[in-house]
Design a protein around this ligand. Structure first.
Ligand code: SF4
Ligand code: SF4
Ligand code: SF4
Ligand code: FES
Length: 947
């Protein structure tokens, strides 16, 4: 395996459709109009020396190294900033140009440390390369004059250093932060000789606005900004393309390695979701793979009060199978089930649901999508016929109006947020519907035209009011609706939303959204050009989650905002493989490709291939499994890659369900919360240790490639296979590609998917088949998958979770950029520096009323339970609303959330919990219990270090 090198064309590609022909160094070349001379030269194989240019950034023209001569023009213009012209004749190499370039390089080198041999960037430094390219052998000016060689390093960021002595003031870092990331954290302060890159107000990087995305590090042509791991271990020797295992954006990376050691993760320019960008998690937070707390050997215990006993894989699998067999013999076939994970690959989740349907012989399989995007599946399938988002991320480049509802992309989907911000800076307009003033509402050079800070739990009412404006003001796209949708259902819906009870003015007291703002937002969405809706868990995790998804679909259909680039309904999926886990048949009522288990033709297909009979009734969902366990009917569970005790609502009920089971099997990287109740612990593998595929929020199937040996001994799919064999259902895949072949055989929407096609195209957006081998970037172009688009009347039904004198505040939850979900991975990296604990945001009025000051310990109490955490007083939340994250188990935020859930899918109502906040008297019983557990885990780790 060699190091994958990407070509740097110097300047971005032109999107023009017309071609221009010119001559460079005697050779004719045709390129799109608007292309720079530098890029045109590179396209024909000529590298013009450069330092301040790189093709991820707009040309800047500061270093003057890329000078060329153009016939008929005076002087030596910079080739990076000069566009091509028809008939132009360019010379890139001659003695005059060589002399000029050498002179420029002499000036740079005279103020640069000459420590190349010991520099971390040796062999990967553009300054060094350019010195060679221009033939620089000596510097006439000497090194004695004023210079920057004694500048002090900034080591504050845990992942990279800033060494100003090596800076050539090319501004690539500043432009990367502005243009690519959109944070605007860096500037060049001072002038001339005093020019210096500074973060924020000349602060250390760690204390500045920098969000550690690493774009500046990647853009820096010298060792000024360098990954600490490169300094520590040296330059990488080989690399492999793989996919980030954190969020649903699905960024593609080059894992750059030395042997089996990851040196750095470099976002891949050809990655179609991320286009060469990343966030702090994907680029830097992979150290958990070798964290000492990782469990690498299987463990069993007869009772959860016994200590764990390390055993061989053989013993662990045999014991697990015998327990499941014993339980089924005693309590019946339906007394056991399994849970798949959106953190795992498609192949792994497919295998878990297959194990449940074949070896367990029931449909009791569910996935963590139950607690996040199950309403998306239900709502979009009802409206359009397909349980998936309609667009690819590239479509954002055509968006005129972005409507974000219930999503916080800057924190939850950062690379998509950066791409959206680029479009917003180009002039697209923004509507944000969110109880909090999230970062995207106002960030550098971006301001939402409308922020509708609705009261949590009133999404459907707000969307009905928007629809009211669209219909009553005649803003519908009637031609689209008549051609593409069911007209009579549309009329029913239009009559429903036109009712005065849905007017913004009538609903204002309920939603808290000023009617004038709501009217303005609705008009903008309907008339502002291409309008795209992006939504997240603030839509789905409600008692009316599915209704809200359908209300969004109604709005998009009514305004004709579907079926072309730049529009659509786009769920921002939380975990890396939420889409894939759902696609693979992880729900108890569906096979892969969303075919109901009662569909005789589909079921018979699976029965024939798998050689078993399959129930034609749906199995149990996660909450039903826990209820049945408490009732004594459900006794054994196999949980792959999920920590339901921390992630699922109403922790006490989850704990009671798990405690009532006789065999709880947890397969994970670390001893998680759920493992408190486990009898078997099967150590799992990380994304760096396995082969497979993930499917991101745009339905894009991408390869995950193994770059190191699985430290636990097996990839996760192999563990499921061992278990299946031990349970008596033979399974003998030699490679995950064979599992994908089976998925493709059994799933019409995956008909054309194979590892060979993935190799050829890099990725595939399903649906795909022989006619569309690379898949379908934009869905429903020529009609909806279900035929005619379905308008559903979406009556607002208030949640049963009500505020009152005991619990007068509404709690809503979310994420933060540096942490990921329950934090099992990110808490075991230096990302904790940015978020050491979960805090409770509350409005100054609510704080003052309760005598709470910033950073006070407070008790957060609901009718389900209580926890304590620190207060953060901020007007980002509206009065009456409090907000926290759930990344740290010590916080136990889900002790507070309730059992209420979406009426259609049981997705928990995480976003609305009635609570009270008071000054705390110390940790709750649950937090003390966690501490005791954590202490026990530490004992195991101390006794048996993983490394
Ligand atoms: S790491 Fe990212 S956010 Fe921080 S300064 Fe560099 S480009 Fe800006
Ligand atoms: S830190 Fe690197 S990218 Fe930024 S100005 Fe200096 S040399 Fe250029
Ligand atoms: S966490 Fe999401 S945005 Fe960040 S690098 Fe990974 S896939 Fe990309
Ligand atoms: S690369 Fe063109 S001026 Fe620097």
């Amino acid at each position: 395996m060699s190091l994958i090198q990407e070509i740097d064309f110097g300047t971005p590609a032109s999107k023009a459709s017309t071609q221009v022909t010119l001559t460079i160094d005697g050779q004719r070349v045709s390129v799109p109009a608007g292309t720079s001379i530098m890029r045109a030269a590179k396209a024909m194989g000529t590298s013009i020396p450069k330092l301040c240019a790189t093709d991820s950034l707009e040309p800047f023209g500061s270093c003057r190294l890329c000078l060329v001569e153009i016939e008929g023009r005076a002087g030596t213009p910079a080739s990076c900033t000069t566009p091509v012209a028809e008939g132009m004749t360019v010379t890139t190499q001659n003695p005059r140009l060589a002399k000029l370039r050498k002179g420029v390089m002499e000036l740079y080198i005279s103020d640069h440390p000459l420590d190349c041999l010991t520099c971390a960037a040796n062999g990967d430094c553009e300054l060094q390369d350019m010195a060679g390219a221009v033939g620089l052998r000596e510097v006439r000016y000497g090194y004695e004059g004023d210079n920057h060689l004694c500048e002090v390093k900034d080591e504050s960021n845990p992942y990279f250093t800033y060494d100003p002595s090596k800076c050539i003031a090319c501004s690539r870092c500043v432009r990367a932060c502005d243009e690519v990331q959109g944070t605007f954290a860096l500037t060049i302060a001072g002038r001339g000789f005093a020019s210096r890159v500074v973060a924020s107000q000349a602060e250390p990087f760690l204390n500045s606005e920098c969000v550690s995305c690493g774009a500046c590090v990647q853009a820096c042509p010298t060792a000024t900004l360098t990954e600490k791991k490169v300094i520590e271990v040296g330059q990488p020797e080989h690399s492999e393309i793989t996919t980030c295992a954190y969020c649903g954006v699905g960024c593609t990376f080059k894992a750059e390695m030395r042997g089996e050691d990851v040196v750095r993760m470099v976002p891949f320019k050809d990655g179609k979701a991320n286009r060469g960008h990343s966030c702090v998690k994907g680029r830097f937070a992979w150290g958990y793979t070798t964290h000492r707390e990782r469990i690498l050997k299987p463990m069993i215990r007869r009772s959860t009060s016994d200590p764990w006993r390390e055993v061989s894989w053989d013993e662990a699998i045999t014991y697990t199978a015998s327990e499941f067999k014993r339980i089924q013999a005693k309590y019946g076939r339906h007394s056991v089930g399994g849970i798949t994970s959106s953190r795992c690959t498609n192949e792994e989740t497919f295998l878990v649901q297959k194990l449940v349907r074949t070896a367990f012989g029931n449909n009791n399989v569910d996935t963590c999508a139950r607690v996040c995007h199950s309403p998306t599946g239900y709502g979009l399938k009802t409206a359009f016929g397909t349980s998936a988002g309609t667009q690819d991320f590239d479509t954002v480049e055509h968006v005129d109006v972005a409507l974000i509802i219930g999503a916080n992309p800057t924190d939850g989907h950062p690379v998509f947020a950066s791409r959206l911000k680029q479009r917003l800076r180009e002039g697209a307009r923004l509507i944000v519907i969110d109880p909090r003033r999230t970062d995207i509402v106002r960030s550098p050079h971006i301001e939402a035209e409308y922020h509708l800070p609705l009261r949590p739990g009133t999404n459907v009412a707000v969307l009905s009011a928007m629809a009211h404006v669209v219909v009553t003001e005649g803003l519908i796209d009637e031609a689209f609706v008549r051609e593409r949708c069911d007209w009579s259902e549309f009329q029913d819906w239009a009559a429903f939303v036109s009712d005065p009870r849905h007017s913004p003015e009538t609903l204002e007291p309920l939603t808290g959204v000023p009617a004038a703002d709501l009217r303005g937002a609705a008009r903008l969405y309907a008339t502002g050009g291409n309008a795209a809706i992006y939504y997240g868990l603030g839509v789905t995790e409600h008692s009316q989650g599915s209704t809200t998804v359908m209300a969004i679909a109604n709005l998009a259909m009514a305004t004709g905002n579907l079926g072309r680039p730049g529009v659509g309904v786009n769920p921002l999926r939380g975990q890396n493989n939420v889409q894939g886990a759902c696609d693979m048949g992880s729900f108890p009522h569906e096979f892969s490709g969303y075919r109901h288990v009662s569909d005789d033709a589909a079921r018979e297909m699976f029965e024939t291939v798998w050689g078993v009979e399959i129930d034609n009734e749906p199995g149990l969902r996660i909450p039903n499994m826990l209820d049945a366990a408490v009732d004594g009917a459900f006794k054994g569970i196999y949980i792959q890659g999920e920590d339901i005790l921390q992630s699922d609502p109403n922790t006490k009920h989850v704990a009671a369900g798990l405690a009532a089971m006789e065999c709880v099997v947890v397969q994970d990287l670390f001893l998680n919360e759920t493992a408190v109740h486990a009898h078997v612990f099967l150590p799992g593998s990380t994304f760096l240790e396995k082969n497979g595929t993930f499917t991101n929020a745009e339905r894009r199937i991408q390869r995950v490639r193994k770059v190191m040996t699985a430290r636990n001994g097996y990839e996760d799919w192999e563990i499921t296979q061992l278990l299946s064999n031990a349970l008596g259902h033979p399974s003998n895949y030699a490679h995950p590609s064979e599992i994908m072949d089976e998925v493709a055989r059994l799933t019409p929407t995956f008909a054309g998917v194979s590892y060979a096609v993935l190799e050829e195209h890099g990725s595939i957006q399903w649906p795909c088949n022989a006619a569309q081998p690379a898949g379908t970037p934009v869905m429903h172009m020529d009609g909806f998958a279900r035929g005619r688009g379905k308008f559903v009347v979406t009556e607002y039904v208030p949640t049963d979770e009500k505020t009152g004198p005991r619990f007068p505040l509404l709690l809503t939850t979310g994420r933060i950029l540096s942490q990921y979900n329950v934090g099992a991975q990110t808490r075991r990296t230096d990302n904790v520096l940015w978020h050491e604990e979960d805090v409770l945001e509350l409005h100054p009025h609510d704080a003052e009323h309760r005598g709470i000051r910033d950073a006070d310990w407070v008790k957060l109490q609901s009718r389900a339970g209580a926890t304590t955490l620190r207060a953060k007083i901020t007007d980002r939340v509206a009065p009456g609303v409090v907000y926290t994250t759930f990344h740290h188990p010590a916080t136990q935020a889900n002790v507070v959330t309730t059992e209420f859930s979406d009426w259609a899918t049981n997705c928990p109502e995480y976003k609305v919990t009635a609570v009270e906040v008071s000054i705390s008297n110390g940790p709750t019983e649950w937090q003390e219990r966690y501490e005791a557990f954590a202490a026990r885990s530490r004992l195991i780790v101390d006794a048996e270090p993983a490394e």
